[in-house]
Structure formats: structure tokens, C-alpha cells
Design a protein around this ligand. Structure first.
Ligand code: PEP
Ligand code: MG
Length: 524
């Protein structure tokens, strides 16, 4: 039996199915409310220490998620209702479950994708404490298993030993979720949005996360062709590593620049600058994650990346908060956030915050080859206002005798109005195509919704035609055009992007080798 889904992290896995949602062990109730209280306190403490231990070995993305879980568990507001129920006679497990389920229901009912996605984090927190209360039960998957269920918690992903293979197959899930991001960076095969539920009784399964399918109880022929596809994937990956150290070029020798996308300044620690052409996109929303960063914090973050890159360019994007990236104390609640006050619109509405970032960028600029770009530009007035703010802050720094430099200013091309009528922007220093947003706005298909993922393709002729038109406009007018959306690192989309005229891509660091290998196969 074959079930179709959406690939979230490419790769192949063959193994037994392991149900993620199996019931936890049984809680042994205590003699008094006081003991129940102690039992819950101890379980929360145990869950926190496990998370703290995991932070120690996690990379920066994973650490961010784990720290968020720790902060939630340490927040009294979350546990207060549970302790109140214990005082009125409930057992610790029932009280905790009831309190968390009520909280989860609130998140599930939100009309904002971001908050609905955080319900998965809360379920994770709930289950970690329940597990600690029931002394863990047997919830460890066998080595090489394919974890299946509705959704998977980030900590569950991080606790799993992936060194013997294995994969993830989900009924719900989204390619933009935290876990999908982790799976791509660790190379764990993952498929989301399966059209039918899986039952673990089915025995052995074949997960093809390159094309997005899972086969249950496979026939010998199915096993044969699966293994062939899997070894061809492994061979392509192995071969790709040999491309990493060389500059990228097509079959005919046309040079293509390949830069990397980063978020946290610590991301660069794991990248050899010799393997890429610089940073094509540094997303600064990460710095705005929990609290609004001050000028000094931002200056240090930008300077670190600029010094790492040396003479190679580093394109830093001003904060793109809003949409699916809310920032407490900055973004506003909206009914339709992808079409609301996000990106440059929000920065221009909150000059107190925007000016701090502009000053940090101007001060960091002398430390490397900085370029700055604005996200979600829809009209030339927005660009002109943002550029005028840079000029004002530059003059203010000069008047105070503070070292600074004016970087070239460019824009993201991710709103259809810009891609359709780029002539309004002939004065900008460069264009960077944001294919994630451009595709979702052209196709009217939210980028974080698995139900419409089939529509969300950069290879739709309408999207490619716009990309081609922007590349041609740039060429005619001497404006450099690059692309920094996820499509740039997707071997299946790279031929179409190069055929559309692009010669400059920026990709996730984990995709660098495969992207360069895919470029070498394109006959342009
Ligand atoms: C994009 O939209 O393609 C892009 C690179 O920006 P983000 O994914 O951060 O919105
Ligand atoms: Mg975008």
C-alpha cells in the first residue's frame, strides 16, 4: 500500500513503523495533595533538567526551540492551574493534563498560523512532564524506525538517535515547521501531510522523502526499486561533496554564485567561507526573537558575520517581523498576517525600533563588505523612506564622530507588485528574489499550510515568468539580481531558475553541496 504526502526533508528510510502517539505509562497516585504537589514539582524539574542537558549538545536552531520550552516550563502562569486543581483533590497527572489541554485548545483555536504551530510545542511540554510523572514507560523507538503519527514534537526529534537511520512520516505537519527545519539540517528523511493515517501494525515500511511517499507491507519489486532509488540518492549526495570546495559552474562552464542563508550569527561557525560566495541573506528576525535587541547586541552580531566573511559580501536584511514570524512587543495581532503589517511596513510604522537597527548596521559596515536589503517592499515610496532613514542616521553618526559606512541598499523582490513593475525601482543597488513569499502570493497558497502545498511551487509558469522578467530587467539596467528563497537550494528547481536567467543563488548551508552539484548538471 502506497500513501502520498509532501517531502519535508529529502532522503530514504527503510524500517519498522513506530507510533509516536502511544499511550504513556501509568501514574501511581499519591496519598495526599501535598505529595501530589511535590510529585508534579519534581516532574517539571526533571523535564527542565532533561531539556537543559539537550541544549548542551544542540545546534543553534535546536537550542532556540529547547530554550523556548524551558522558559514555558519555568513560567508559573502555565503550571498555576494544575497546582490549583491538585489542591482541590486531583492527582498530579490528571491536573497537569487538564491544565495543558486547556492551554493547547486556546492555541489550536487561534486564527494565526504561528500560534497554531506553537500548540505542538505545548503538547511536547505536556508530554515531557507526563513522561517524567510516569517514570518514562517504554517510549524509545527501535534504531532505524520510521516514526509515524499526527505530528512530532521538536524534543522528541532531538532525543531520537538518528545515527542508525530512520525517518519521520506525519499525517499533519508542515514543511515550514521547526521539526522540518531540524530534519533538513540533520539530513533525516521526513514526509508530512500524508493523505491517509498510518498504523504501526503494518510492519516494515519504505519512506521515500525525496518524492514524498511511504509504502507499507512492500512487495519484493517495490523493495527492489526503493533500494535502487535510495542508493542513487546516496551516490548523488556523496558526489555532491566533491563540488563543495569548487566554485559553482554549469555544464557549459557558466559561473553561478552560490551564497548562504543564515539567521543566528553562530551559524557561520560551522561553515567554511571558502565553500561559498558570501552570505546572500542574513535574516535578522532571530535576533528579535524573545526581546527587542539593543544597538550594541545587533552591532556585535552583524560585525561577527562581516568579519567571518572577510572580503566576501554579506547581505543583511532589516527585520522581517510579522506574517508567520511574530515578535512580542513589536508585531500586532492581525486577522490575515501574511497580508498585513509585516516586513518594511512594520519597520516604517515603528521608527523607534527601526532606527536602532539602522544605526547598528551603519556602525558594523566598516568591518566587512556589507549590503543591506529591505523585506516585503511593495512600492518605491517604501524603499525611498527606508533609504532616507539610512541617510539621516548616517548624518547623525557623522555629527557625533562615530565610525560608520553607508552600505549599498537593495530590496527583496517577493511582493508581486515589484516583480510585475520593477521599473519603479531602477535606483536600487540590487534585487534579491524571495521565492518563498513571491510563490505564496502569486499562487494564493500559504507557505505554511500542508493542505495547499501542491500549489506552492516556484516552478509554476506564472512564478517562473515573473522571476525571468526580473532577471531580464536587472540585466538590461545593470542591477544585480539574486535569489534567496528556499527554491535556490532545491536541486529540482535549480534548472528552471538558471533557465529563467538567474546566476546568483543563496541557499541553506546544508544544501550548498547538492545545489552546486545540481548546477553542474544544467546545460545553460
Ligand atoms: C522569501 O520569502 O523567499 C525569503 C527568503 O524570505 P523569508 O523566507 O524569510 O520570508
Ligand atoms: Mg520573504
Amino acid at each position: 500500500m502506497r500513501i502520498e504526502g509532501v517531502p519535508a526533508s529529502a532522503g530514504y528510510a527503510e524500517g519498522p513503523l513506530f507510533e509516536l502517539d502511544r499511550p504513556a505509562g501509568v501514574y501511581a497516585s499519591k496519598a495526599s495533595s501535598a505529595e501530589e504537589t511535590l510529585s508534579l514539582e519534581a516532574a517539571i524539574g526533571k523535564a527542565v533538567s532533561r531539556l537543559v542537558a539537550m541544549v548542551g549538545t544542540a545546534d543553534s536552531d535546536a537550542a532556540g526551540i529547547l530554550e523556548f520550552h524551558i522558559a514555558m516550563l519555568e513560567d508559573d502562569a502555565l503550571s498555576r492551574p494544575a497546582f490549583a486543581s491538585i489542591a482541590s483533590g486531583k492527582t498530579a497527572d490528571a491536573a497537569w493534563r487538564q491544565a495543558l489541554d486547556a492551554e493547547i485548545a486556546g492555541y489550536d483555536a487561534s486564527d494565526q498560523d504561528y500560534f497554531r504551530a506553537r500548540a505542538a510545542d505545548l503538547r511536547d511540554i505536556r508530554d515531557q512532564v507526563l513522561r517524567a510523572l510516569t517514570e518514562d514507560g517504554d517510549s524509545t523507538a527501535p534504531a532505524g524506525a520510521i516514526l509515524c503519527g499526527e505530528d512530532i514534537a521538536p524534543t522528541r526529534f532531538l532525543e531520537t538517535d538518528w545515527s542508525h537511520g530512520g525517518g519521520i512520516a506525519l499525517k499533519a505537519g508542515s514543511t515550514a515547521s521547526h521539526v522540518a527545519m531540524l530534519a533538513r539540517s540533520r539530513g533525516v528523511p521526513m514526509v508530512v501531510g500524508l493523505r491517509e493515517p498510518l498504523t504501526a501494525g503494518a510492519g516494515m515500511a519504505l519512506l521515500d522523502a525525496e518524492h514524498g511517499t511511504i509504502v507499507l507491507a512492500p512487495s519484493p519489486t517495490e523493495i527492489g526499486s526503493f533500494r535502487q532509488a535510495s542508493s542513487s540518492f546516496a551516490a548523488r549526495q556523496g558526489k555532491a561533496q566533491t563540488f563543495l570546495a569548487r566554485p559553482a559552474a554549469t555544464k557549459r562552464g557558466t559561473a553561478v554564485r552560490v551564497q548562504v542563508n543564515i539567521a543566528d550569527p553562530r551559524d557561520v561557525d560551522a561553515i567554511d567561507i571558502a565553500t561559498c560566495d558570501g552570505v546572500g541573506l542574513m535574516r535578522t528576525e532571530f535576533l528579535f526573537g524573545k526581546t527587542l535587541p539593543d544597538e550594541e547586541t545587533q552591532y556585535r552580531a552583524y560585525r561577527k558575520v562581516l568579519e567571518w566573511a572577510g572580503e566576501k559580501p554579506v547581505t543583511i536584511r532589516t527585520v522581517d517581523a510579522g506574517g508567520d514570524k511574530p515578535v512580542p512587543g513589536f508585531t500586532v495581532e492581525e486577522g490575515n498576517p501574511f497580508l498585513g503589517l509585516r516586513g518594511i511596513r512594520l519597520s516604517l510604522a515603528r521608527l523607534d525600533i527601526f532606527r536602532v537597527q539602522i544605526r547598528a548596521l551603519l556602525r558594523a559596515a566598516p568591518h566587512g563588505n556589507l549590503k543591506v536589503m529591505f523585506p516585503m517592499i511593495a512600492t518605491s515610496e517604501e524603499y525611498e523612506r527606508a533609504a532616507a532613514l539610512f541617510a539621516e542616521e548616517r548624518a547623525a553618526l557623522a555629527a557625533r564622530g562615530v565610525a560608520h559606512k553607508m552600505p549599498p541598499l537593495g530590496i527583496m523582490v517577493e511582493v508581486p507588485s515589484v516583480a510585475i513593475a520593477p521599473e519603479a525601482f531602477a535606483g536600487v543597488a540590487f534585487f534579491s528574489i524571495g521565492s518563498n513569499d513571491l510563490t505564496q502570493y502569486v499562487m494564493a497558497a500559504a507557505r505554511d499550510n500542508a493542505a495547499v502545498a501542491h500549489l506552492n511551487s516556484v516552478r509554476h509558469p506564472a512564478v517562473l515568468r515573473l522571476i525571468g522578467a526580473v532577471a531580464a530587467f536587472g540585466q538590461e539596467n545593470g542591477i544585480p539580481v539574486s535569489l534567496c528563497g528556499d527554491a535556490g537550494g532545491d536541486p529540482a528547481s535549480i534548472p528552471s531558475l538558471l533557465e529563467a536567467g538567474l546566476r546568483d543563488l543563496s541557499v541553506a548551508p546544508a544544501q550548498l553541496a547538492m545545489a552546486k552539484a545540481a548546477i553542474a548538471d544544467v546545460p545553460v
